[in-house]
Design a protein around this ligand. Structure first.
Ligand code: SAM
Length: 295
């Protein structure tokens, strides 16, 4: 069974059973499945395993991530052999491992021009991305202003890398999936009244103190959340089914009605999930998440 090949902030593995319970009762009649904020794709792989859709569209605004899906779909054997090489070369002592991590990070940063790469170069870039993702601090993905990956080395004793077999399962699962490098608004072009869309946008920062990060480039601020909410209203008018997840601001500010107001026309559920990626270990506990749907 195919499963996510990257650690990804906001990964939905812990929420799958809650989402499964809330899928539309007509899910077996749905022809097109759309996931516009694909990230690590936890729900995608679950859906691919359990349902038979005629068409599947996934997208993300992160080109490096999209490249991973594309290369695993088209050239899985090249990705596997490049990754095996990195894993074989990975030293055994902590200090040497850290040096090796920075060597691969420099290599990754030395060529950012994906457009002009050969297919083989793209596959080896994806292998490097998987390697960095599994060995960097908390599996974070962060680029500086010049587009360079700047996450430091992690502190894993035994990082685990996806096996050749698991990447082949991902390759099989992605057969026929249409992979877009696009912002979520594009999904309007892929849907009709036999479609189901799952939206998992970047979280709204949970605490007031962390909200300043929402001004940084590429972040999803409150205005973006509101634009997404109006797009869901448009989908509703077109009889498209959708489910959307987000963090619950009430976790930190009890009377924060931000999403309750944005999605007042729809059904809002609060469920509990544990969040794995958080640099502050005190905040890795169980918190409530929102599941919003129009059916
Ligand atoms: C919360 S994560 C999705 C996590 C995913 N469901 C999982 O299980 O790993 C949100 C994703 O949205 C992407 N993103 C941010 N802004 C976007 C936009 N405007 N359009 C499409 N994707 C966007 C980010 O790159 C990130 O991968």
């Amino acid at each position: 069974m195919a499963k996510p090949f990257l650690k990804w902030a906001g990964g939905k593995r812990q929420l799958i059973s809650e989402i499964e319970k809330r899928l539309p009762s007509e899910i077996n009649e749905v022809e097109t499945y759309v996931e516009p904020f694909i990230g690590g794709g936890a729900l995608l792989f679950h859906m691919l395993e359990n349902y038979n859709f005629k068409q599947i569209h996934i997208s993300d605004i992160n080109l490096e991530l999209v490249l991973c899906y594309r290369q695993l779909q088209s050239s899985v054997n090249d990705v596997i052999s490049s990754l095996e090489k990195l894993v074989d070369e990975f030293p055994s002592t902590t200090e040497e491992r850290s040096d090796y991590f920075y060597k691969i990070r420099d290599l990754w940063n030395s060529n950012l021009d994906i457009e002009s790469m050969t297919d083989e170069e793209r596959s080896s870039r994806v292998a490097q991305m998987i390697f960095l993702n599994k060995t960097c601090f908390n599996g974070l993905f962060r680029l500086n202003r010049s587009g360079k990956f700047n996450v430091p080395t992690g502190r894993y004793k035994n990082p685990s890398f996806p096996s050749a077999e698991s990447l082949k399962e991902v390759n099989q699962a992605l057969k026929g999936v249409i992979i877009h490098h696009a912002s979520y608004e594009k999904c309007l072009e892929w849907v009709d009244d036999k479609s189901f869309v799952y939206f998992d946008p970047p979280y709204r920062p949970l605490s007031k103190t962390s909200s300043f990060i929402s001004y940084s480039k590429g972040d999803f601020n409150d205005e973006n959340q509101a634009e997404l909410a109006s797009l869901t209203k448009e989908l509703h008018k077109k009889d498209v089914l959708f489910l959307l997840s987000n963090s619950d601001p009430k976790n930190t500010v009890e009377d924060d009605e931000f999403f309750d107001e944005l999605y007042r026309d729809f059904d809002i559920d609060r469920v509990f999930a544990s969040r794995a990626i958080n640099s502050n270990p005190d905040r890795r506990g169980k918190i409530s998440e929102l599941l919003i749907k129009n059916y």
